[in-house]
Design a protein around this ligand. Structure first.
Ligand code: KG4
Ligand code: ZN
Length: 362
C-alpha cells in the first residue's frame, strides 16, 4: 500500500489530501477563500498568500486526522508547484519541502493543469477504480477547462500530453466569471451562471460560437463576452475608456437575465463541443484514433458541458471520463493521485524544486 500526501495552494484554495495507491481518496480537505475575495470579484494575490500561510498547517492536520494516519505512515509528499500565483504556490512548496526533509520522504512536484486530467481517475476509499486505459495505440483526448486554461491535448499516458489546441484569449472559466460580472450574479461566477441558465431560454439570443480559421483547434471566448456585454447594455456610446452604455443588468428583469445566462452558456459550451468534434474528425483522418475523452478543471462541473460531452462521446464512440463533482474544483487529491504515477517510476524531485507561474503542459 502506498500513501501519498498532496498539497495544493496555487490560487485561492488551500488543500491537502491523502491518497492510497493512486486512486483511493482517504481524505480531501479544501479551505476555500471565497469570502475573502468576494468583495473584489476576483482573487487578490497578497490576500491569497497570507490566507494560505494561515490555513496550510490546519488543513494538513485535518487531512491526516480524517484519513486516520500519522505523518510517518506516508510514502511521499506531493505538491502542486506550477502553474499559479507565485506567492500562493510558494506556501505549499515550502510546506512540502519541510515535510519531505524532516520525514526523509520523497518529494514530488506536480503540474496543476496535468493533475486536472487525473481527477477523473479518483474514487472514494471503498470504491473500485481502474486506471484510464491509454497508450500510444490507444490515445485519449484530454480537455482542461478551468479559470486559467482551456487546452485540448492528445494523451498517450497521464505523463505524455501533446497540446493540439488552446485558447487564444480568455479561458472558458474566465469568460464565465466575466459574464457573471456583466450579469451582476456575484462571485464565483461560473457556478452561479450555470444554475441560473437552467431557468432561461438558450435560444433567446444568438451569441457567437467562435471557430477561428478552418481546421483550427484553438478556442476564443472574448468575442462571446463582448457580444454578451452589448446584449445586456446596448451598443456603447463613444469609444475606449470614455464609452458609456444605455443600461446595465439592473435595468433588466429576472427572466431577461436568465435568458442571457442560458444563451451565453449554450454558446460557450457549443463552441467547446464543436472543437472536440473537429479534433476527433481531424485526428481520425490522420489515422489517430482516440478512444477516450478525459475532461478536468473547474468548468468540468458545468451541467450543460457534462450533458453535451456525454452525448458527443456516445456519438463518437469515446469512453467519457469526468471527475466526480468534488474533484472538478481545485483540490489536492488530484495532485497526490498523479504523484503516484511518478512514485511508481521512482521519479522524485529534490529540495530545490521551484514554484513556477506557468504550466509545463504547453
Ligand atoms: O480549476 P479551477 O477550480 O481553478 C483553476 O485552475 O482555474 O476552475 C475555476 C473556474 C472558475 O472560473 C469557475 O467560475 C469555473 O471554474 N466553474 C464553472 C463551474 N464551476 C466552476 N464554470 C461554469 N460552470 C460551473 N458549474
Ligand atoms: Zn485548477
Amino acid at each position: 500500500m502506498t500513501l501519498i500526501l498532496g498539497l495544493e495552494s496555487s490560487c485561492d484554495e488551500t488543500a491537502a489530501a491523502i491518497i492510497k495507491d493512486g486512486t483511493h481518496v482517504l481524505s480531501n480537505v479544501v479551505a476555500s477563500q471565497y469570502d475573502l475575495h468576494e468583495r473584489y470579484q476576483g482573487v487578490v494575490p497578497e490576500i491569497a498568500s497570507r490566507a494560505h500561510l494561515e490555513n496550510i498547517m490546519p488543513v494538513i492536520e485535518e487531512s491526516l486526522g480524517q484519513a486516520g494516519i500519522h505523518l510517518n505512515d506516508l510514502d511521499a509528499i506531493a505538491v502542486g508547484n506550477r502553474p499559479g500565483l507565485i506567492g500562493s504556490l510558494i506556501v505549499g512548496v515550502a510546506a512540502a519541502k519541510a515535510l519531505s526533509w524532516s520525514l526523509q520522504k520523497p518529494l514530488i512536484g506536480i503540474d496543476h493543469v496535468q493533475a486536472h486530467l487525473y481527477a477523473a481517475s479518483l474514487c472514494d476509499k471503498d470504491a473500485n477504480a481502474s486506471p484510464i486505459d491509454m497508450s500510444p495505440d490507444k490515445p485519449a483526448l484530454g480537455l482542461v477547462v478551468s479559470g486559467g486554461h482551456t487546452t485540448l491535448y492528445l494523451m498517450n499516458s497521464p505523463h505524455e500530453l501533446k497540446p493540439i489546441g488552446r485558447t487564444i484569449d480568455d479561458a472558458v472559466g474566465e469568460a464565465y466569471d466575466k459574464a457573471a460580472v456583466i450579469l451582476k450574479l456575484g462571485y464565483p461566477g461560473g457556478p452561479k451562471l450555470d444554475k441560473l441558465a437552467k431557468t432561461g431560454n438558450p435560444t433567446a439570443h444568438d451569441l457567437p460560437r467562435s471557430m477561428l480559421k478552418p481546421g483550427s483547434l484553438d478556442f476564443s471566448f472574448s468575442g462571446l463576452k463582448t457580444a454578451l456585454l452589448y446584449a445586456v447594455r446596448g451598443k456603447p456610446i463613444g469609444r475606449g475608456k470614455s464609452a458609456t452604455f444605455k443600461r446595465d443588468a439592473t435595468d433588466l428583469s429576472e427572466q431577461q437575465i436568465a435568458d442571457l445566462a442560458a444563451s451565453f452558456q449554450a454558446a460557450a459550451i457549443d463552441a467547446v463541443i464543436r472543437k472536440l468534434k473537429r479534433a476527433v474528425n481531424q485526428l481520425r483522418k490522420n489515422n489517430i484514433n482516440p478512444q477516450a475523452l478525459i475532461i478536468g478543471g473547474g468548468v468540468s462541473a458545468n451541467s450543460h458541458l457534462r450533458e453535451r460531452a456525454a452525448d458527443f462521446a456516445k456519438r463518437y464512440s469515446l469512453s467519457l471520463h469526468l471527475p466526480d463533482l468534488t474533484y472538478t474544483q481545485d483540490n489536492a487529491a488530484m495532485i497526490a493521485g498523479l504523484a503516484h504515477t511518478y512514485f511508481i517510476q521512482n521519479q522524485f524531485d529534490n529540495l530545490s524544486l521551484p514554484a513556477i507561474a506557468t504550466t509545463k503542459c504547453i
